[in-house]
Design a protein around this ligand. Structure first.
Ligand SMILES: Cc1cc2ncn([C@H]3O[C@H](COP(=O)(O)O)[C@@H](O)[C@H]3O)c2cc1C
Ligand SMILES: O=C(O)c1cccnc1
Length: 568
């Protein structure tokens, strides 16, 4: 989480910033202020700050904040403050060219924003809001106000959250950057009230397997995710240079092998021998037919349970592809409306969800329970020796909550994230777009709170997938992501446990438009682009042989020395 804390003099901004990092075990305090100041008032303020900070803080006095952040991306940081940083990056002398100062600052800002975006641990930047004062009558004052305005805008764009401190009150700034698309909050309130869900099939009736109370477990709390081993990555890149091929000639397969090695923490990497797919099945209230019989899906809800049986019988596309790729398949009924085999319903949280257009899909307690289940499943597999994890989805209507989650987390509009799913017609497209709009309207208030977001507009299957994906990262196990539905859960998972994305590769890009948007947001480049739009983990399994081959290349290819081939 990156937060920009703005405020006037003595507004309480530093105290607020420190409170945001209160639960961090270690914080680097990047102090940008002059340290050898003769100004008694300044010295007293610095001493004040020092006293308020505890032993958890390490103070680093620097104006090269970008370099300081890059040096330790996994430790929380507090930058105090951006005003001093701006002052250090410009010449306020009247003789200096003001345009040149702006250009120089913009350059430094670009670097700083990139370092902030790359910072994996929490970071809070404190900055003075000087734009509300009268325009100063000195050249230096006017230039500083100008540069500060630029700096605050750029850093606010790089931050996940911006708050303004006024009179000791922290006001969250919900606005969107000037000149961008319609803000999510401005999506018109739904006019037509959607039909209530059909109670018999869509109400979340707790199953006999669970009572789903609002229990206080910490399913959504994750320890710090640390990245795959960068030293092993270096060693793997080095080894690639010694293998019997022109350097770089295996293209992206080379970096893919490097990634597997760094995930395993060993070079050469071990061959992938026990990849496992978990299909998370669940129904969605939003898929219930309207009074005119229309739905957001081209298929009826009953297909979800029927497909679970098909997976168990080995007849689904996923089964066929997984057999070819040598992956094990496990199915988990998290929220299927129908009864399924006891073998797959151990972790069942509920039967379907409530229609996300009109109410929260599931309760917070159910979201926690589902997330705990996803984490437990990942733990169990990793403990049993699985060396690569893949999540898949099965659930009629699930591309609608997936689009809602992606729309909210990437600030896109409903018409941009809607897709045809199982193949809806134009009337279905209109209905689905309206459903996504209603879901985004309902979910926008909790978009910053992953668990609440999953409860409001996701569902138990999405919560389980998010828990599974983040837990895989915590357990330092590589993951291949599938299509739209799994990637929607991944977006939430990386918010929940930042840095998880380093443990994932995108297997493919689906034909669903929101998928590419979500991948871009995660910074992932898909391995394949085959026009697939099935889900079930089929896209991830299609990419598995590439990941396995990339691993074997580093592990089994001869070096120039070994093969007696002349090195270029
Ligand atoms: C037979 C069949 C097998 C599937 N396997 C995956 N999906 C995929 O399509 C569904 C999502 O699309 P929508 O939101 O339009 O309903 C999910 O079940 C997803 O897993 C299937 C769908 C069907 C019909
Ligand atoms: O890309 C996906 O995951 C997808 C697309 C359509 C239907 N179900 C899943």
């Amino acid at each position: 989480m990156r937060t920009l804390v703005l405020g006037g003099v003595r507004s309480g901004k530093s105290e607020h910033a420190e409170s945001l990092l209160a639960d961090q075990s270690a914080v680097r305090y990047l102090a940008t202020g002059p340290t050898l100041s003769a100004d008694a008032d300044w010295s007293r303020r610095v001493a004040d700050h020092r006293q308020r900070r505890s032993a958890r803080y390490e103070t680093v006095e620097t104006v090269d904040v970008a370099a300081a952040l890059r040096a330790q991306p996994d430790v929380a940081a507090l930058v105090d403050d951006l005003g001093n940083w701006v002052a250090a990056h410009a010449d306020f002398d009247e003789a200096a060219d003001a345009g040149e100062q702006v250009r120089r600052l913009d350059e430094a800002l670009t670097e700083l924003a990139a370092a902030l975006r790359a910072h994996r641990a929490d970071v809070v930047v404190v900055s003075p809001e000087v734009g509300l004062a009268v325009v100063p009558h000195t050249h230096a004052g006017r230039l500083f106000q100008d540069l500060m305005g630029r700096a605050n805008r750029t850093i606010a764009d790089a931050a996940d959250d911006t708050v303004l401190l006024v009179a000791g009150r922290a006001l969250p700034l919900a606005g969107r950057p000037v000149g961008t698309r319609t803000p999510v909050a401005a999506i018109p309130e739904p006019t037509a009230v959607p039909d209530p869900p059909t109670p018999a099939t869509t109400a979340p009736v707790p199953s006999t397997e669970s009572t789903a109370p609002d229990d206080p477990t910490d399913a959504e709390v994750f320890a710090l995710i640390t990245p795959p081993d960068p030293q092993v990555a270096e060693a793997a890149r080095d080894r690639h240079k010694r293998l019997t091929k022109p350097p770089g000639s295996l293209g992206r397969l080379e970096e893919l092998g490097v990634w597997v090695a760094s995930c395993q923490g060993v070079c050469p990497p071990r061959p992938i021998t026990a990849p496992t797919v978990v299909v998370f099945a669940g129904d969605h209230g939003v898929a219930a037919p309207d009074s005119d019989g229309g739905s957001v899906s081209a298929f009826p809800q009953a297909v979800t349970g029927q497909m679970v049986a098909n997976f168990l019988a080995g007849g689904a596309a996923l089964n066929v592809m997984a057999r070819r790729a040598g992956a094990a398949v496990r199915v988990e009924d998290i929220a299927v409306a129908a009864d399924t085999s006891p073998a797959v319903s151990r972790h069942k949280v509920c039967r379907g969800s409530t229609d996300l257009r009109v109410a929260d899909a599931i309760t917070l307690g159910q979201a926690r329970q589902a997330m705990a289940a996803g984490r437990a499943i990942a733990d169990e597999l990793v403990d049993s020796g699985v060396d690569l994890l893949i999540a898949g989805d099965m659930g009629i209507g699930n591309t609608t909550p997936a689009a809602v989650l992606i729309g909210l987390l990437t600030h896109e509009e409903p018409v941009t994230v809607v897709g045809r799913g199982t193949g809806i017609d134009d009337a279905g497209w209109i209905r689905k777009t309206a459903a996504i709009r209603d879901g985004m309207w309902r979910g926008r208030r909790v978009a910053d709170d992953p668990l609440s977001l999953l409860a409001a507009v996701g569902g138990a299957d999405f919560a389980a997938m998010a828990g599974f994906l983040a837990q895989a990262a915590l357990r330092r196990t590589p993951v291949i992501l599938d299509g739209l539905v799994v990637t929607a859960a991944a977006l939430v998972a990386d918010d929940l446990a930042p840095g998880s994305v380093d443990w994932w590769q995108a297997g493919h890009v689906s034909a669903e438009p929101a998928h590419a948007i979500a991948l871009r947001r995660l910074g992932l480049t898909p391995l394949l682009d085959l026009g697939m739009r099935l889900g079930e983990a089929s896209g991830a399994v299609a990419a598995l042989p590439l990941v396995a081959a990339a691993t074997d290349i580093l592990g089994s290819m001869a070096t120039f020395d070994e093969a007696g081939v002349s090195d270029g």
